[in-house]
Design a protein around this ligand. Structure first.
Ligand code: ADP
Length: 264
């Protein structure tokens, strides 16, 4: 049946035999496709009413009122509607990456430039925290890939380091050639993560400390986005962390993904 989706697995069986396991995942794939469609549609539909609500709320924060209850309520509603907008945006980004059939070898991404742009945004975001953020970027090191996706992965990792490092910390961002390709990493001396949580961090909405994370305004989808972007680029997120000492979030791209200088 050509409509069936089958999954194969080959395993050793005793000394001389191999075991072939065939699994019919047709129904599972259909359900997964429905879930993706549903999330994409809901996020899209929520966008318009949310934009209207937050637009009016923004207007109302400027209105003179003598009732402190009212101004407090409006400020809080505005903050929450912003959070909801971020959440919906991140859900849309995630759905887009999941549905993307774009091929990664068609375009060259000027990563040093992308990272310089993220650096400017990071320094703005860093005003309150006062970290020392250093970017160590190998010039001319471009790769094949999808710019919006790589930008989103790198900025999520950098902004997380800023959020989860207590004020006046140190953050180092690297983009460099390594022996078998290129490596991006963000090293912080922030709060760190307990080992037990690490393998679950890329799950949607997974957070180590729900209360504290929520106050940072994140959607809980950042690392999930990173994971999908990296799998699209044949890579995966590596996390090293020590509680109370800091973390390193990194990924490697294979040698063949590096674009030569003269191509663009
Ligand atoms: P969000 O930051 O919106 O909560 P993410 O998916 O980006 O969602 O991150 C998931 C969780 O991983 C965070 O809630 C936080 O607990 C943890 N985390 C991410 N980056 C760091 C970091 N640099 N240091 C410590 N914890 C981190």
């Amino acid at each position: 049946n050509p409509n069936k989706i089958l999954e194969y697995r080959i395993m050793p069986y005793g000394e001389e035999h191999l075991l072939l396991i065939v699994r019919d995942v047709t129904r599972l794939s259909q359900l997964e496709a429905m879930r993706k469609d549903f999330v994409a549609n809901v996020s899209h539909e929520l966008r318009t009413p949310l934009t209207v609500i937050s637009g009016y709320l923004e207007l109302m924060t400027g209105v003179d009122t003598t009732d402190p209850m009212v101004s407090k309520a409006v400020t809080e509603m505005e903050a929450q509607s912003k959070r909801m907008k971020n959440l919906v945006e991140d859900l849309l980004v995630l759905s887009r990456i999941e549905a993307s059939a774009e091929r990664i070898y068609e375009r060259v991404v000027n990563m040093p430039e992308v990272l310089r742009q993220i650096e400017t945004e990071a320094q703005t975001l860093n005003k309150e925290k006062g970290h020392t953020i250093r970017f160590h970027i190998e010039p001319d090191l471009r790769v094949y890939g999808i710019e919006t996706e790589l930008r989103s992965a790198c900025s999520n990792l950098i902004f997380n380091a800023i959020h989860y490092t207590p004020a006046n910390g140190a953050i180092d961002v690297y983009w460099k050639r390594v022996h078998n390709g290129v490596k991006f990493s963000v090293v912080d001396n922030g709060c760190g993560i307990e080992q037990a949580h690490i393998s679950r961090l890329t799950e949607r909405f997974y957070r180590v400390d729900k209360g504290r994370s929520r106050s940072t305004g994140g959607s809980g989808l950042g690392l999930s986005i990173v994971k999908h972007v990296l799998s699209h680029h044949n890579s995966k997120l590596e996390i090293k962390s020590k509680l109370g000492q800091g973390s390193e979030f990194s990924f490697r791209l294979a040698e063949e993904i590096i674009a030569e200088n003269n191509k663009s």
